[in-house]
Design a protein around this ligand. Sequence first.
Ligand SMILES: Cc1ncc(C[n+]2csc(CCOP(=O)(O)OP(=O)(O)O)c2C)c(N)n1
Ligand SMILES: [Mg+2]
Length: 659
Amino acid sequence: MAADPRLLANAIRALSMDAVQAANSGHPGMPMGMADVATVLWTEYLNHDPQAPKWHDRDRFVLSAGHGSMLIYSLLYLSGYASPTIEDIANFRKLGSPCAGHPENFMLDGVEATTGPLGQGVAMAVGMAIAERHLNATFGDDLVDHRTWVIAGDGCLMEGVNHEAAGLAGHLGLGRLNVLWDDNRITIDGATDLSTSEDIPARYEAYGWHVVSCDGHDFASIRAALDEAVADPRPSLIACRTIIGWGAPNKQGTSATHGAALGTDEVAAARKHLIWDSEPFDIPAEILEGWRSAGRRGGKAHEEWRSRLAASAQGEELTRRMEGRLPADIGIDGWLDQLAANPQKIATRKASELALEAINAAVPETIGGSADLTGSNNTKTKGQQPFTRDDATGRYLYYGIREFGMAAAMNGMALHGGLIPYGGTFLVFSDYCRPAIRLSALQGVRVVYVMTHDSIGLGEDGPTHQPVEHVTSLRMIPNLAVYRPADVVETAECWALSLERQDGPSLLSLTRQNLPQLRTERTENLSAKGAYRLRAATGARRVVLVATGSEVELALKVADALEGQGVGADVVSMPCWSLFDAQDAAYRADLLPADAIKVSIEAGTTLGWERYVGPNGLAIGLDRFGASAPAEDLFKRFGFTAEAIVPQILAALKTQGEE
Ligand SMILES: Cc1ncc(C[n+]2csc(CCOP(=O)(O)OP(=O)(O)O)c2C)c(N)n1
Ligand SMILES: [Mg+2]
């Protein structure tokens, strides 16, 4: 006889309230409220194999309401995943336990995404569902055919990113996406009617979703809703009417259960109420076996899939893509050969497009897109067809004006595996993507951000569109590689580095305006060290000019002028700070020697450059908003000319010579 689902669900409730109580920190309400729904989903619907958590054709499950992390830790343990152990759960929220405050994709197999920033889980799940459909269309039902399940709270559905993500999912008809909404009508501040009165089901229906509701504490009702969702070809929202903290007799239904330990008295009362006699972290054997046998359901499906994979002519290719291994030739070497032979004076956004022409032809797992700036971001290459509801083989996504949704969806695609997503917008709107860029970095996923129009060099659109602080602020995000290439060659090199980087995101900051090709000799990838000496001083070196992107050309002019006056000056191009910082001390000291005046030139905020130019150096930049005018006039107005910079350097040399 199948185990009583209420008993199975109560195991989640007990683990959740006990772990939060032991940590005296955490969120018991959501796991206790959604325990019944989650039990039905995990024991009867979710296609997974706890013995092989990375099985490529498993269903994906995202706990978008990441504060309810004890729900997923309980589900993983109970289902029979090797980790977390019961000790890990007992050490919830303690240093070293993989049962961290919020679920972290890099801590536990089975945690498909890092969640906690509300709304982003749903948006990442949209990306996972896109990846599934694309790979299904490419490799067929035999190899790729799974669902993406999400548990989301009221907060996830309120967040702005949810509107972007749900709109996109409805438009693309992602029928394999099922979102279970914990409709408990409670958030931290109290009842949801304090802050919202929108008709959420109607909103989702308007997006083109299928909406069904159920009583989240009635197993037959839950099953009926899930069956309906599975059968419907549209993405589904399953509104699960629940009581937050269900089982805690005095606190359930109130925000008191949301984010604090229930307290020893209430935990004891809940034990009595649930007729749960066992000690904390002790699950009665028959209940654990009920969970474990449900966990074994997926083994057979996995086994059958493995045979199909082994028999398929496409098996190796799918495995390569899912493991994130690039093809031997990613197209860049040939492209660099061509550039050495035929130099190009083009904007780096155009250079990025040309690099992508080579890459997209050689690397079938790239999938591009833009937030409605395709022609400006130069993200679409000739062979790319759009991904649509009718043709999921397409490798280009029209994200619409949904920057945050795009970035989060790209995270989802990268987390799913089998795809390398890249997407574009104007650099100034990286702010609209920023919470997802941060999650790309934290999750360590290979996503490439193509951010164009990267300075006052965009000209007439003016200060609303001119990034000033953006490159600086993006460099502050740990594990994000920020590239500001100086020409067509560096752009190709930075693209190669972005693809080769398996464990984190990259962001390309690209110009609107044309830039000359500065290197015509075919070399190894010089951008790989983050900075390199582009030109050495001819006379005795007294100055080192360090520049990025469009200002490298200017640095060369400044160097010419200095050399003309007998002052030896090196020019260092520094496309990527973090890669340069990772070089050994000798390399860094050789490039930025102590005995020269160092001058940085970048058309953005100067904050941070002091680490390279030192206390006696000069940081030439823009610590104010730009203006609307032709680019050339702006560079002149804001002092980005050799005429304006050279006297400052000569003055510094003079003062320091006198000291
Ligand atoms: C972007 C974001 N804003 C704020 C928070 C802090 N926060 C965590 S849970 C929560 C309330 C969420 O309400 P709901 O989704 O209904 O969860 P429930 O109380 O029902 O568990 C808030 C505001 C967050 N985690 N992420
Ligand atoms: Mg709620």
